[in-house]
Design a protein around this ligand. Structure first.
Ligand code: C3H
Length: 496
């Protein structure tokens, strides 16, 4: 996209109308609110749906497998952003990708809402993985599209957008979690309705609010490329179909192997991405240097999300199995704990926004904020090992420990996540704008791919060691990142 195109797009978006931000932020805020409402509502009960006995409405899988599938599912959802970002940059543009993605997601939740057992679960997984890959990175990069390059409101815009994500993530576990005791399928039905509302909202308001944002294709395929690409794609789908048709019935492809393969892909795909972006003739010298600067930030982000995402697997299990759920005459649903992280985000995001503005030029640089993110993530795991240290792993612990752990990781999240989204749009080479956003989400995919392996080490006997090793690793990485900050900053070529 040339500079003039960028200017044309920005001027086509009404620049005021939503808390002093471009009016399109309203549309993107609520689209993402509903998408996250559906996704996190579904995830808040999915782990229980998988390991609860069939007599209790679950699928009756064993707990370790359920935890690994949760991580692998999360990893695939973020990994498919590669396809979504590519399709947006080269075929559809971001706006159409968001819409198509939303439709697939809704169908995925509908599949889960029907009592179809394991088959429906796998069908829904495929639909939601592809749908989220189309929607999630593209709705985020549309946020960046609405601001001029030097517009100071960009970071704040991403913080507001992040609030939308977390408002959805806060409300849905409460609603969906409350009906899970009655019927899991009803809970999944609420998720489908949420995505339906998001689609309607997007369709009704996009023309008026988003102008040209999302309507262009950043780096369209030439007719010759189109032919080649479609042929390769069709070949790949057929090949994949044949491989699955042979390996599943013969027992060659086990869940264990599949989980390992996704874990490997989680690191392989970003590596290829970095190489392609770095070597592309469409990437300028300055952009190349910024791609290099992005690598350590990416690695830090993997470590951070590895801990944060365990909030919905290991800590969800901790809420279910290790926590007193009857407090002051009230019975707590374990799914409700999933709302704590977003609740703290909503409460603390304005404090952080204020803090960064207040600190002005004295605020930590992007890599320093990332290192703070790691520090707090590590501390949140050290904190949750304390109850086992004090009382062993055979008794139930007071919910306050979980509350505190979720609070501390959120402080880290606010240092790293909205900053990461915004930094991605600043460091992205122009020809790879939506794809660089997919790269950001790949850090989460790699983290959850890694988690699918490490969650296997979590058992009551290993609890302290488990939280201790992971927590300390994050803190150590945070310290290293802090010391290499000047080096990274130099490579960023003026991006702050
Ligand atoms: O979803 C995103 O884009 C980024 N993630 C977030 O904003 C998280 N704060 C969501 S919290 C969580 C993953 C879901 C809550 O329903 C729970 C973590 C324990």
């Amino acid at each position: 996209m040339s500079a003039i195109d960028k200017e044309k797009i920005v001027s086509s978006v009404p620049q005021k109308g939503f808390f002093g931000h471009p009016r399109g932020l309203f549309t993107l805020f609520f689209t993402e609110f509903w998408e996250r409402f559906s996704y996190y509502g579904m995830r808040a009960i999915l782990v229980f749906y998988m390991y609860y006995e069939v007599s209790k409405g679950g699928l009756g899988l064993d707990e370790q497998t359920a935890l690994s599938i949760m991580s692998i599912y999360g990893s695939l959802v973020y990994m498919s952003g590669v396809i979504g970002g590519w399709l947006a940059d080269r075929v559809f543009g971001t706006s159409k990708s968001v819409f198509y993605g939303g439709v697939l997601i809704m169908l995925g939740h509908i599949a889960l809402a029907l009592p179809g057992g394991l088959t429906a679960f796998f069908v829904s997984m495929v639909l939601i993985v592809i749908g989220t890959g189309l929607l999630k990175p593209n709705v985020s990069s549309m946020v960046g599209d609405m601001y001029a390059e030097q517009d100071d409101r960009r970071d704040a815009g991403f913080s507001i957008f992040y609030m939308g994500i977390n408002l959805g993530g806060f409300l849905s576990p409460l609603i969906v979690g409350s009906v899970m005791g009655y019927s899991f399928h009803l809970g999944f039905g609420f998720a489908a309705i949420g995505m339906f509302f998001g689609l309607i909202m997007f369709l009704i308001t996009k023309k008026k609010n988003l102008g040209l944002a999302g309507t262009y294709v950043a780096n369209p395929l030439s007719p010759a490329e189109k032919k080649k690409v479609y042929l390769v794609m069709a070949g790949a789908v057929v090949l994949l179909g044949i491989i699955l048709a042979v390996t599943i019935p013969t027992g060659l492809l086990t869940i264990k192997l599949f989980i390992a393969l996704v874990g490997i892909l989680g690191f392989l795909i970003p590596t290829i991405y970095f190489i392609v972006m770095y070597r592309s003739p469409k990437t300028t010298e300055v952009e190349r240097s910024r791609v290099l600067a992005y690598i350590p930030l990416f690695l830090a982000s993997v470590m951070f999300w590895s801990i944060q995402e365990q909030g919905s697997t290991i800590l969800a299990n901790f809420a279910d199995k290790r926590t007193q759920l009857d407090i002051a005459g009230i019975h707590l649903s374990p799914a409700w704990f999933q709302s704590l992280n977003p609740l703290f985000i909503i409460l603390l995001a304005p404090v952080f926004a204020w803090l960064w503005v207040r600190l002005g030029k004295r605020q930590p640089s992007i890599p320093q904020k990332f290192s703070l993110g790691l520090l707090f993530a590590g501390l949140s795991f050290l904190l949750i090992l304390i109850p086992a240290y004090l009382g062993g792993t055979n008794s139930l612990v007071h919910p306050i420990w979980l509350v505190l752990s979720y609070l501390v990781v959120v402080i880290g999240e606010l240092c790293l996540s909205p900053v990461g989204l915004s930094a991605t749009t600043k460091l992205a080479p122009a020809a790879f704008s939506a794809q660089t956003m997919s790269l950001w989400f790949l850090s989460n995919a790699a983290a959850q791919g890694l988690n699918a392996q490490i969650v296997k080490f979590y058992r009551p006997e290993t609890e302290m060691l488990y939280f201790g090793i992971i927590g300390l690793s994050a803190i150590l990485l945070g310290i290293i990142l802090f010391f290499v900050t000047p080096l990274i900053q130099r490579q960023m070529k003026g991006v702050r």
